[in-house]
Design a protein around this ligand. Structure first.
Ligand SMILES: *Cc1c(COP(=O)(O)O)cnc(C)c1O
Length: 373
């Protein structure tokens, strides 16, 4: 069945289309001025010194893992309640992900569990700002500083979010954002590294560009590198979308508010709370379903009868087959992750969801719950 309301939808304007066409007409498709401009504007937006564009958020995370000196046998603390890419970036370097439990309200890394799981082999912490709600940075940074550990911020879901008035991207040693079409803004595929650290900047640029040095010749390679560069068309789309980002974030907040308002009197679902000292940048809209409701039946009913998609955000990474096969026997208990992931559903969410569509989603969900509890 065709989806009557899409799960997500990029917000593309005529200006976005023109920006891409202009690059194509120019003939300069790679390593040109648009990528440099996108990096400059993104660093300015986030309030950091450096930005390095990449061809995915996953590539950005992988580069940050390498640049942090993480290698075989090193332990990296990471939540299991995240997108697989956070953990994969660690696995690419044959390091060991040590799964940390989450807070019961924001579903972000629990700083107390981070402290408990630090060992002499711990090399770094990977924080994730889940669904665009900033992690509890003061507490996380205090634990990290006490043990001299760097924090890599997987802020791929949180562009524009603020913690105590400071934009994400400024926290930890570096952050990674992503621009897949379901994110707050898009470049098609794409990502970016942001940092105030000169050494991470230089190393990341080299790693993304086949290991070339800053001043070396085109065919001189100083280290094992990758081709993780973002092309000029994508960068031009990024520049154009970034201009519209404040408007996007406002629209998303309004859609979220409308959902929260309509869910207020429903005893079968709870929207996620937002802490007073943060600005959440809404990525997806996730509700926590009351106990006793069969989520698979709700999903099936809503999809088959009404063509409305729902998604299990997240199936924990430690339960994915390839991770369970390798680490299943050593993963400790993650009671909050286990409980939360059994009850969370992402519902359709994008900039231009209408009030009628919002009401329809909530009504259909209510009917599905009646059928599935
Ligand atoms: C989107 C996302 C990424 C990166 O995804 P790409 O598809 O590689 O751009 C990484 N981590 C999290 C938590 C994400 O949501």
């Amino acid at each position: 069945m065709k989806e009557s309301i899409p799960m997500s939808s990029a917000d593309l304007s005529e200006a976005d289309v023109e920006a891409v066409l202009e690059v194509v007409r120019s003939g300069r498709l790679a390593l040109g001025p648009k990528t440099a401009e996108f990096e400059r504007r993104m660093a300015e937006y986030c309030g950091v010194k450096h930005a390095i564009a990449t061809n995915s958020g996953t590539a950005a995370l992988h580069v940050l893992v390498i640049a942090s000196g993480i290698g075989p046998g090193d332990e990296v603390l990471v939540p299991s309640f995240t997108f697989a890419a956070s953990v994969n970036a660690i696995l690419y370097e044959r390091a060991t992900p040590v799964f940390v439990d989450i807070e019961p309200d924001t579903y972000n890394l629990d700083p107390d569990d981070v402290a408990r799981k630090i060992t002499p082999r711990t090399k770094a912490i990977m924080a994730v700002d889940v669904f665009g709600h900033p992690a509890e940075w003061d507490a996380l940074q205090a634990v990290a500083d006490k043990h001299g550990l760097p924090i890599i911020d997987d802020c791929c879901e949180a562009l524009g979010a603020e913690y105590r008035g400071r934009k994400l991207g400024q926290f930890g040693v570096a952050g990674a954002f992503a621009f897949y079409p379901n994110k707050q803004m898009t470049t098609g595929e794409g990502g970016i590294i942001v940092t105030n650290d000169d050494r991470i900047n230089e190393l990341s640029r080299s790693l993304c560009n086949q290991g070339r040095g800053e001043k070396g010749e085109w065919l001189e390679h100083e280290r094992l590198g990758y081709n993780y560069r973002l092309d000029e068309m994508s960068s031009a789309l990024g520049v154009s979308q970034l201009k519209r980002l404040p408007e996007f974030l406002d629209k998303r907040e309004n859609v979220a508010r409308a959902y929260i308002e309509r869910l207020r009197n429903c005893d079968w679902a709870t929207p996620m709370p937002v802490r007073a000292h943060v600005r959440k940048s809404w990525f997806v809209f996730v509700i926590t379903m009351a106990p006793g409701i069969d989520l698979a039946r709700v999903q099936k009913y809503v999809a088959e009868k009404h063509g409305i998609p729902l998604r299990r955000y997240f199936n924990p990474v430690h339960e994915q087959t390839y991770v369970a096969r390798q680490f299943g026997s050593t993963v400790g208990p993650l009671p909050v992750t286990d409980a939360v992931s059994k009850r969370t559903l992402a519902i359709p969410f994008h900039n231009n969801l209408s009030l009628e569509e919002i009401e329809q989603v909530v009504d259909v969900l209510g009917a599905a719950v009646g059928y599935a509890s």
